[in-house]
Design a protein around this ligand. Structure first.
Ligand code: CTP
Length: 404
C-alpha cells in the first residue's frame, strides 16, 4: 500500500500556516489489511481508519457518485485499484486536491500549486455541485485565506450560485451550517464568510435573517455606509479585529437583526430594533442550534447596544440598571464581551474605523465603582433581608454618580 498526506495539511504547509489536522489517503489497500495493521475503522459511510498510535485519519482511496439529495447522498466506491488521481479529483478545491508522499514529493494533478500561487479558490471538477456543503466550506476558506490575497474563481462562484438556486442547500442540516459558520468565526476575516455566501445567493437560503439586512437603509448621519447589510459586514470585521472570542464575533454579526423587520414606512429609522431583534436571534439560534453561550451574549448585545452607545447621557441609576440586566455581577467577563461588541458596532461604520469609543471606559468605570460597594458593610450597618438589595443598589448608584 502507498500512503499520502492529503487535503488541508498539504495546502497549509505550502502556505506556511499552522497545520492542525493531518489526513492521509491509502492507495492499494483494503479494510482487512488496514485492520490487520492495527488501524481502527471509524467511517460509517466511508472507509476511514484511525492510526493505532497517532490517531490520525487514514482513508482508503475512493471515488464517489451522487445518488440522492444533500451532502450525504453519495455512493462511495473503494477498492485497491482506485488511483490517487481518482481520489483527488472528487475533492472540492484544487488547493485541497494535492497529495504528498512520505518523502515530501508533491503530487498535484489538478493545478493546486498554481492556484495557491495565484491565490485562487477554484473547484476541481463539475462534481463540485454534487455536494452543497461545499458552498459553505468555500465561503469559510475564503474567510480563512482572504488576508493572504485569495479570491474565489469566477467559474467557481457560478457553480456556487447554481447550487444556491437548485434548492440543494435546504438539505443541509443545522449542525453543518453551524459547524461552518462557527469555523468561519475563528478565521481572520469572518465577514468574508457572509459576503461570499451573499454574493452567490446562498445567504438568503441558509441565513435569511442576515441576508434581508441588505438593502435596508439607516440614517446617513450615524451610518454613512447607509445599508444595514454593509454595516453588518463592517461590524463583523471590526469585531474580529477587537476580539478573538467567537461568541463576541457571533454577537456582533447578529446584533442588528431587528432592522430586518422594521416596516419600510419607518425607514431609515429603526427605533424598535433592539427589542425586535431579540425574537429573531432566539429563532435563528434555535434553527441553527447555536450553543447557549453564543446565544446569550448575542441577546444581551442586541438588547443593550443602543443603551451602551448613549453611555455619556445616562444617569447613574440607568447605568446600574443596565449592569443589573446584563447580570455582570455573576458573570463579570460578560461586560467586557458586550462592550467589545458595542465598540465593533461603533467602529463598523464608514469612516469611523479608528474613532475612539469612550462609552466602553464609562461602563467599565461604572462597573468598578459599583463593585467597590461591599455587601458586608451593608449588613454591618444593620440592613436585613430585602433591604440589603435596595441599599446595595442605592450605594452602587451613589458610587457610580461619584465618578461622573
Ligand atoms: N473534502 C472535500 N469536500 C468536502 C469535505 C472535504 O473535497 N465536502 C476534502 C478536501 O480535499 C479537504 C479534505 O477532504 O481538503 C479534508 O477535509 P477537512 O478536514 O474537512 O478540511 P481541510 O481541507 O483539511 O481544512 P480544515 O482543516 O481547515 O477545515
Amino acid at each position: 500500500m502507498q500512503v499520502y498526506l492529503v487535503g488541508g495539511a498539504v495546502r497549509d504547509k505550502l502556505l506556511n500556516i499552522p497545520v492542525y489536522d493531518k489526513d492521509w489517503v491509502v492507495v492499494g489497500s483494503n479494510p482487512d489489511e488496514m485492520l490487520s495493521q492495527g488501524f481502527t475503522a471509524v467511517g460509517k459511510d466511508f472507509p476511514v481508519f484511525l492510526h493505532p498510535k497517532t490517531k490520525q485519519e487514514y482513508a482508503l482511496a475512493r471515488t464517489e457518485r451522487k445518488s440522492g439529495s444533500g451532502y450525504t447522498g453519495f455512493e462511495c466506491h473503494f477498492a485497491p485499484d482506485v488511483t490517487l488521481e481518482e481520489d483527488l479529483i472528487r475533492r472540492d478545491l484544487t488547493i485541497n486536491a494535492m497529495a504528498q508522499t512520505e518523502d515530501g514529493t508533491l503530487i498535484d494533478p489538478y493545478g493546486g500549486q498554481r492556484d495557491l500561487n495565484d491565490r485562487i479558490l477554484r473547484h476541481v471538477s463539475d462534481a463540485f455541485v454534487e455536494d452543497p456543503l461545499r458552498v459553505l466550506r468555500l465561503a469559510r476558506f475564503a474567510a480563512k485565506l482572504t488576508h493572504l490575497g485569495f479570491t474565489v474563481a469566477e467559474e467557481t462562484m457560478s457553480l456556487m450560485a447554481q447550487i444556491a438556486n437548485s434548492g440543494e442547500l435546504e438539505h443541509l442540516t443545522a449542525e453543518r451550517v453551524w459547524q461552518e459558520w462557527h469555523k468561519s468565526l475563528a478565521t481572520q476575516n469572518p465577514e468574508v464568510f457572509l459576503s461570499v455566501l451573499r454574493d452567490c445567493g446562498a445567504l438568503k437560503v441558509v441565513l435569511p435573517e442576515l441576508d434581508c439586512l441588505f438593502g435596508v437603509p439607516q440614517p446617513e448621519k450615524w451610518h454613512p455606509e447607509i445599508d444595514t447589510g454593509v454595516h453588518t459586514l463592517m461590524v463583523a470585521k471590526q469585531a474580529a479585529k477587537l476580539s478573538s472570542s467567537l461568541p463576541v464575533r457571533f454577537a456582533a454579526q447578529v446584533h442588528d437583526l431587528g432592522k430586518g423587520v422594521t416596516p419600510q414606512s419607518e425607514w431609515p429609522s429603526h427605533k424598535m430594533h433592539c427589542h425586535t431583534g431579540v425574537k429573531i436571534i432566539k429563532k435563528l439560534c434555535e434553527r441553527v442550534r447555536v450553543p447557549n453561550e453564543f446565544k446569550e451574549l448575542a441577546l444581551f448585545v442586541c438588547e443593550q447596544h443602543s443603551n451602551v452607545h448613549r453611555a455619556a447621557e445616562l444617569k447613574a441609576s440607568t447605568k446600574l440598571k443596565i449592569l443589573n440586566t446584563m447580570d455582570v455581577w455573576r458573570k463579570p467577563e460578560r461586560l467586557e464581551e458586550i462592550l467589545l461588541c458595542c465598540q465593533a458596532d461603533h467602529a463598523g461604520r464608514l469612516g469611523c474605523e479608528d474613532n475612539p469609543y469612550p462609552q466602553k471606559a464609562i461602563f467599565e468605570d461604572a462597573y468598578k465603582a459599583a463593585l467597590s460597594v461591599e455587601v458586608k458593610d451593608i449588613i454591618a450597618d444593620g440592613f436585613q433581608g430585602k433591604t440589603i438589595r435596595d441599599e446595595l443598589d442605592k450605594r452602587r448608584i451613589e458610587a457610580i454618580a461619584s465618578i461622573n
